[in-house]
Design a protein. Structure first.
Length: 165
């Protein structure tokens, strides 16, 4: 809800950093862009430095390449599952490699989420929306992995991929 996260302001930051073909994807903080460097860590650091300077907030930046997004969509980690009023398909992107062993599928003790796949700094989960309380997948992920993660719905991942294509 931060007004500095509006799409035009996000695009403006990327423009001042010299990136090309800048597009935002819905109002979710996702920015698709072209860069002349393939050093993802350096690009992430450069963008993270710009947030407080240009928009007044700090935020973790997690970059995925077109090839990584294509591979994720092609793997179709959710199989025949679909978003429904009862379930949400979610993809959590990690800034760093997972340093814990997690056997999948993993279902929470409460049964409100199941992790189906872990691959290439990505965790794919199905969240049960039928419970009376909010599923605690995000709390569990942050406790286990820290705050340098971001989660998007599978539908948003597809929207991002379409912009990249």
């Amino acid at each position: 809800m931060n007004p500095n996260m509006r799409n035009e302001k996000l695009r403006g930051v990327f423009e001042t950093l010299g990136f090309g073909n800048i597009q935002t994807v819905i109002s979710s903080g996702n920015v698709v862009f072209d860069a002349y460097s393939s050093d993802v860590s350096a690009l992430e650091a450069r963008i993270e430095e710009a947030w407080p300077e240009q928009l007044g907030f700090e935020s973790t930046t997690i970059i995925r390449t077109r090839d990584q997004m294509r591979d994720l969509v092609a793997k179709n980690p959710f199989g025949d599952r679909a978003d429904t009023p009862a379930t949400s398909l979610q993809v959590t992107f990690l800034k760093h490699e997972l340093d814990v062993d997690l056997e999948v599928p993993y279902t929470s003790d409460s049964g409100d989420y199941t992790i189906l796949a872990v691959d290439d700094r990505v965790i794919c989960s199905v969240v049960d929306l039928t419970g009376s309380r909010t599923p605690d997948l995000m709390r569990w992920l942050e406790k286990m992995l820290g705050k340098e993660i971001t989660t998007r719905t599978w539908k948003t991942v597809h929207r991002i991929f379409r912009k990249l294509s």
